[in-house]
Design a protein around this ligand. Structure first.
Ligand code: ATP
Ligand code: MG
Length: 568
C-alpha cells in the first residue's frame, strides 16, 4: 500500500477527550474515528489489525471443533419474551419497531437466537455435544461508553454457545474453550490471566474471565502471590478467619456526639478500625436488612446481592427507611439492640470486645461481644466483603495481591437458563426427551485491539506485536519528490518485498523526513527501512526495528532477506 493514497489521518496532538493510552493512540494513529458516543468507524489501518485478531480467533475456534455461524443483529421481541429477558434486560438493550409496529431489539448477545436454532434443527443426542460461534456486531446501550472501543456501544464480539446432554460433556468443552482462549491470547503475545469470575444470576462455579493485565483496566484482579488462586475482586474470597476469642471487656455505653464514621470513632477511642464494626442497611425481600462488616473492610455489592433474602441488584436503604427501622441515623447503627434482621461478615463475626453504634443517635458501645450482647447464629455469618491485599488466599496458599485487568473474554456455564424456557430438547439413547445444558463463551474482538495497545506502546506510539501488525514492513522514502534515485530504490524494495510475500506500507508522501519518522513511530510497524540519498551512495538503507532505539545500515541487496528472516 502506498501511503500517499491511504486514508491514514495521523494526529500530532493528543485528542482532548481520550483518557487512556490506547484510545489516544488509536485516534492519533488513524485507526478509528468516532461517529457518535460509543460508535466508531474502523479506518483502513485499524481494520487490518481487527481482521488479524479475527483470523487468530477464528483459526483457534475452528481447531477447538466449534462451528461458525452468523446470526442477525436485529432480533424479534418474541424470543426475548420467551426467555423472560425482554423485561429484565433494561436500558442496555436498544429496542425498536418495524413498519408493522412489531417489537425488535439490536442483539446485545445471542443466547436466545442460538437456542432457537438449536430447538428447530437439533433433535438427537447423536448431534451432541455441539459448539457454535460467530464473530459479529453487538449493540449495548452502555451507561458510560468510554475508553474508545474498550467500552463502546456497538462493538464486535466472538460469542460461542455449546450444548450438552451431561455435565461431563460440558466440562470437556469448557476446558477446551479455556485452552482455546489461552492459545488465542498467547498468539497475540499478550500478558494475560484467567481468573475465577462472578456468574451473574446463573450461579455455579464454572466461570472464568480472561484479563489482559494493564494499569488502565477497569477490573481488579485478586491473585495469590505464592499460590495459584486468582479471581475477579467481584468474586474473590479470603480464607475464613478463626472464631472469635472469649469476651474480656464489659459492654459500655459512650456518648459520641461528633463521631459518625469509623475513622472518627477509632481516632476518638484510639483503637484501630479493625476493632470497630460498621453497619449498612440494604433492601431485603421482607424489609430492610443490616449487613455488618469489620470497620476496615468494604462491602462487596456483588456478593451481598446473592445473600439469602437480599434484593438484587443490591439497593441501599435511604435515610428515612433506616431511621424508621433502626431508630437511629447512619453513624450510630450496630448489632446490639438491632430491631431488624442482620447478616454478619465472617471477619466481623470473628471479633471480640468490638465497638459499634448503639442504634441511638450519638451513642456507641465499646466492649461489645457476639452471643453475650447480640445474637449470632451460624446462618447469619456470611462472606460479604471485598478481599484486601494481605489476606490469605481461600485455599490457604499465598497472600492476596491486586492487579488491574481488561476483561477480554468470559467463559461460563449457562445450565438450562435458556434451553428450559425456550423448550429446546433432544431425544437421548432411550428415546426420552432431555433438555440440554449450555455453555457460553464471549471474547471482545474490538476491545482486544485496545488491550493490545495498552500493553504495547511507548511515548512515541504503538509497537505492534508481529502477529497483529497492520503491515510487516514500512518503507520510508526520504524526499522522493526531489530524488529519482530514492524513488526508484524505494519502488524496487517495495516490489521485492511484496514479491517475497510481505505486507508492505510505502511512505512515498511528499512530506518532511521528521513528519515521516514521527508517523512511522506512531503507527508502530515492527520493521522499517529508510531509503535516502546518503545511504544509496553506498548501496545501503537504514534498517530499524520499532522496539530498538538505533538503526543499522544494511546493503540494498540483502535487506529484504533480512526482513523476511525476522518474521520466521
Ligand atoms: P463488562 O463487565 O466489561 O461489561 P460483560 O460481562 O458485559 O463485560 P460479556 O457479556 O461476557 O461482557 O461479553 C463478552 C466480552 O465482550 C467481554 O469479555 C468483553 O471483552 C466484550 N465486551 C462486553 N461489553 C463490551 C463493550 N461495551 N465494548 C467492547 N467490548 C465489550
Ligand atoms: Mg457489560
Amino acid at each position: 500500500m502506498r501511503q500517499s493514497t491511504l486514508l491514514l489521518p495521523t494526529l500530532k496532538e493528543n485528542p482532548a477527550d481520550a483518557d487512556v493510552i490506547s484510545h489516544r493512540l488509536m485516534l492519533r494513529a488513524g485507526l478509528i474515528r468516532q461517529l457518535a458516543s460509543g460508535l466508531y468507524t474502523w479506518l483502513p489501518l485499524g481494520l487490518r489489525v481487527l481482521r488479524k485478531i479475527e483470523t487468530i480467533i477464528r483459526e483457534e475456534m475452528n481447531i477447538s471443533g466449534a462451528q461458525e455461524v452468523l446470526m442477525p443483529v436485529v432480533q424479534p421481541a418474541e424470543l426475548w419474551q420467551e426467555s423472560g429477558r425482554w423485561q429484565k434486560m433494561g436500558d442496555e438493550m436498544l429496542r425498536m419497531q418495524d413498519r408493522h409496529e412489531r417489537d425488535f431489539c439490536l442483539g446485545p448477545t445471542h443466547e436466545e437466537v442460538i437456542t432457537d436454532i438449536f430447538r428447530r434443527e437439533i433433535h438427537s443426542y447423536k448431534q451432541l455435544p455441539i459448539n457454535f460461534y460467530q464473530i459479529q456486531t453487538k449493540f449495548r446501550d452502555e451507561r458510560r461508553p468510554r475508553f474508545g472501543v474498550m467500552r463502546a456501544r456497538e462493538f464486535m464480539m466472538k460469542d460461542a454457545y455449546s450444548f450438552h446432554l451431561d455435565q461431563a460433556s460440558f466440562d470437556a468443552t469448557y476446558q477446551e474453550m479455556y485452552d482455546c482462549y489461552s492459545r488465542i491470547l498467547t498468539r497475540m503475545q499478550l500478558t494475560f490471566r484467567p481468573v475465577q469470575a462472578d456468574t451473574g444470576n446463573i450461579g455455579g462455579d464454572n466461570s472464568h474471565e480472561f484479563h489482559v493485565l494493564a494499569s488502565s483496566g477497569e477490573d481488579t484482579i485478586a491473585y495469590a502471590a505464592g499460590g495459584t488462586y486468582a479471581a475477579n475482586l467481584e468474586k474473590a474470597t479470603a480464607l475464613a478467619p478463626s472464631s472469635a476469642p472469649a469476651p474480656a471487656e464489659d459492654l459500655e455505653r459512650i456518648d459520641t456526639p461528633n463521631e459518625k464514621t469509623i475513622d472518627a470513632i477509632s481516632k476518638r477511642l484510639n483503637l484501630p478500625a479493625n476493632r470497630c464494626v460498621k453497619t449498612l442497611v440494604v433492601k431485603g425481600n421482607e424489609g430492610p436488612v443490616a449487613i455488618i462488616l469489620r470497620g476496615d473492610h468494604e462491602l462487596n455489592e456483588i456478593k451481598a446481592a446473592k445473600l439469602p433474602n437480599i434484593v438484587a441488584p443490591l439497593t441501599f436503604a435511604d435515610e428515612k427507611e433506616i431511621v424508621a427501622s433502626m431508630g437511629a441515623h447512619p453513624g450510630s447503627l450496630g448489632p446490639v439492640n438491632c430491631k431488624i434482621d442482620y447478616l454478619v461478615d465472617r471477619d466481623a463475626a470473628a471479633l471480640a470486645d468490638f465497638v459499634c453504634g448503639a442504634n441511638e443517635d450519638a451513642v456507641h458501645f465499646t466492649g461489645a461481644n457476639w452471643h453475650r450482647d447480640c445474637a449470632l447464629e451460624d446462618k447469619q455469618i456470611v462472606d460479604a466483603r471485598n478481599v484486601v491485599e494481605g489476606d490469605t488466599a481461600p485455599d490457604g496458599k499465598g497472600t492476596i495481591e491486586f492487579l488491574r485487568g481488561i476483561e477480554v473474554g468470559h467463559i461460563f456455564q449457562l445450565d438450562k437458563a435458556y434451553s428450559e424456557p425456550l423448550e429446546a430438547s433432544v431425544l437421548d439413547k432411550e428415546g426420552t426427551s432431555q433438555i440440554p445444558i449450555m455453555g457460553c463463551y464471549g471474547m471482545g474482538v474490538t476491545r482486544l485491539v485496545a488491550a493490545v495497545i495498552e500493553q504495547n506502546h511507548d511515548e512515541d506510539g504503538i509497537l505492534w506485536p508481529q502477529p497483529l501488525t497492520p503491515y510487516d514492513l514500512h518503507i520510508v522514502a526520504l524526499n522522493p519528490q526531489k530524488s529519482t534515485a530514492v524513488r526508484e530504490a524505494a519502488e524496487k524494495l517495495y516490489a521485492d518485498a511484496i514479491a517475497a510475500g510481505l505486507e508492505v506500507l510505502l511512505d512515498d508522501r511528499d512530506e518532511r523526513p521528521g513528519v515521516k519518522f514521527a508517523d512511522a513511530d506512531l503507527i508502530g510497524i515492527p520493521q522499517r527501512l529508510v531509503v535516502g540519498d546518503r545511504g544509496l551512495k553506498n548501496d545501503v538503507v537504514e534498517y530499524k526495528l520499532r522496539h530498538e532505539a538505533s538503526a543499522t545500515e544494511v546493503s540494498l541487496v540483502n535487506v529484504i532477506d533480512e526482513v523476511t528472516a525476522k518474521l520466521k
